[in-house]
Design a protein around this ligand. Structure first.
Ligand code: PSU
Ligand code: MN
Length: 311
């Protein structure tokens, strides 16, 4: 690899487990894309979650790259897992969701954990993987009073990994999240668009600089890291027009789901899963279908960027 950080296998901490396929690809300077697994364990219902991971891995391969889905199991941070391990993680009754701060706990616990963006890009950087795909990154939650800011943001400022996403999770405050990324010095680009993607919606309307090709992403990322900066770069890739949800439908569905949550007194950790589940019901599956489409699209683009990075 021509970047300043060479892929590593030897000298990796003992708690890392890298599959032979991923390790050989990295050693041979072939394209590799890291994938998160919190979307598998906590983001989508069974069986759509398993289908989503399979579709993402396939899209990465179709683009000429090797997928490296990252999961914690048996006390190891696994970089690359088998389809059987994906199914097992999706259905494990004791599965946890781990960000960077939870990593040590779940490693010691010995069980299964789906990794968020923060934990995945941390592991990817150590393993020497330079490209990562997800649906939406974590960020700043809408009600300011919650003061809920995802660990993803700080970790993006610490991991040299190109992060392909369709913006931030659907229920977050987009302008506040973009301000936080600016404060942290994390560059954000729109892929073939000059506005920031808005998960299920095509655009948030917030302006971002546009990149036109994978080669351009690669040039900018190399310059960013060669000059000595140590952060991720966020590439916001909008959902395809065909699968995008109209802003009117979305605001109506979200208001309905939020009303229901308030009436039932649902708060804290239970709020996001409740909202997503209710939105899926109200929209008769449209939100889940859109989620699968954007995950697959991001995996494909990440694969193409990873292939371009090997040139
Ligand atoms: N986007 C989604 N669903 C998800 C996530 C993102 O549409 O489940 C996951 C990602 O793994 C992301 C994490 O890193 O949620 C952020 O969680 P938190 O806000 O608790 O940091
Ligand atoms: Mn949070």
């Amino acid at each position: 690899m021509r970047d300043d950080v060479a892929p590593r296998r030897e000298g990796l901490p003992a708690c890392f487990r890298v599959t032979d396929e991923v390790a050989s690809a990295l050693e041979a300077n072939e394209a590799v894309v890291a994938l998160e697994s919190a979307v598998l364990t906590h983001g989508l219902p069974v069986p759509q979650n398993i289908q989503a991971m399979a579709a993402m891995e396939r899209a990465v391969r179709d683009a000429g790259a090797v997928p490296a889905t990252c999961v914690v199991r048996d006390g190891r941070l696994c970089i690359g897992v088998t389809p059987e391990e994906i199914e097992a993680a999706a259905q494990d009754p004791g599965r946890e969701k781990a960000s960077v701060r939870d990593l040590a706990c779940v490693l010691v616990g010995g069980g299964v954990a789906g990794l968020t963006v923060s934990a995945t890009i941390f592991g990817a950087q150590i393993a020497g993987i330079r490209v990562f795909a997800t649906g939406g990154i974590g960020g700043v939650h809408a009600p300011a009073a919650l003061a809920d800011v995802s660990a993803d943001l700080l970790q993006l400022s610490r991991s040299r990994v190109i992060t392909v996403c369709s913006g931030v999770k659907s229920i977050l405050d987009i302008p506040r999240t973009l301000e936080a990324l600016e404060t942290l010095g994390v560059p954000v680009f729109g892929y073939r668009t000059d506005t920031f993607a808005a998960f299920y919606l095509e655009s948030s309307g917030h302006p971002v600089p546009e990149v036109r090709s994978c080669a351009e992403v690669t040039r900018i990322a190399r310059a960013h890291w060669r000059v000595g900066l140590r952060s991720a770069l966020v590439i916001a890739n909008p959902i395809s027009q065909a699968e995008a949800i109209s802003p009117d439908d979305w605001s109506q569905w979200l208001a309905e789901a939020q009303d229901a949550a308030v009436k039932l007194g649902i708060r804290g950790k239970a709020l996001t899963p409740y909202l997503l589940e209710t939105l899926a019901t109200i929209s008769r599956g449209r939100t889940v279908r859109a989620n699968l489409a954007l995950l697959e699209g991001n995996a494909r683009l990440a694969g193409e960027i990873a292939a371009s990075l090997t040139q």
